[in-house]
Design a protein around this ligand. Structure first.
Ligand code: HEC
Length: 128
């Protein structure tokens, strides 16, 4: 019995720290999803980014990436699920619905206007 308790205790202390909170999970997804990190193009918080500059009719023009903090879940999800047209530099990801919800809630928390409520994995808004 003593051995069993010692065993249980060491396994718990060794592996217990592996559990991460949903927020840590979402942050990890945002920073390192399968493929290239969202952060590389959308910044730390999904706000509008200037990726670089190009010449448009001789005028130095910024290449802007729109903010993704204010999108409805529908729009957010659709743009991650649709196959991008050739002009887009954003990669196609194969994310599950849960991953998209997690990313959406993570990015929405940076939105200062806070119009969105966190949504649950079924894509339905939580009442709380
Ligand atoms: C290589 C750069 C790049 C990476 C990496 C990237 N994006 Fe994008 N994203 C863009 C650009 C550029 C746009 C603007 C529309 C377009 O060109 O498709 C965009 C558009 C979007 C949109 C739609 C915005 C709108 O107004 O319709 C969403 C949502 C989005 N990105 C989420 C993400 C998430 C989540 C990730 C990571 C899983 C990610 N992006 C990774 C470059 C990137």
């Amino acid at each position: 019995m003593k051995i069993l308790i010692t065993f249980l205790f060491t396994t718990l202390t060794l592996f217990g720290s592996d559990f991460i909170t949903p927020r840590e999970y979402a942050k990890m997804l945002y920073e390192n999803p399968r493929g290239i990190s969202c952060k590389k193009c959308h910044g730390n918080d999904g706000s509008e980014q200037i990726l670089g500059y190009y010449l448009k009719k001789g005028v130095k023009t910024p290449y802007k990436i729109p903010s993704i903090q204010n999108l409805s879940f529908e729009k957010f999800k659709n743009s991650l699920n649709q196959i991008k047209n050739a002009k887009s530099i954003m990669p196609n990801y194969s994310l599950t619905n849960e991953e998209i919800v997690s990313l959406y809630n993570y990015i929405s928390q940076f939105n200062k206007n806070k119009k969105q409520q966190p949504i649950n994995t079924k894509g339905v808004k939580n009442d709380k």
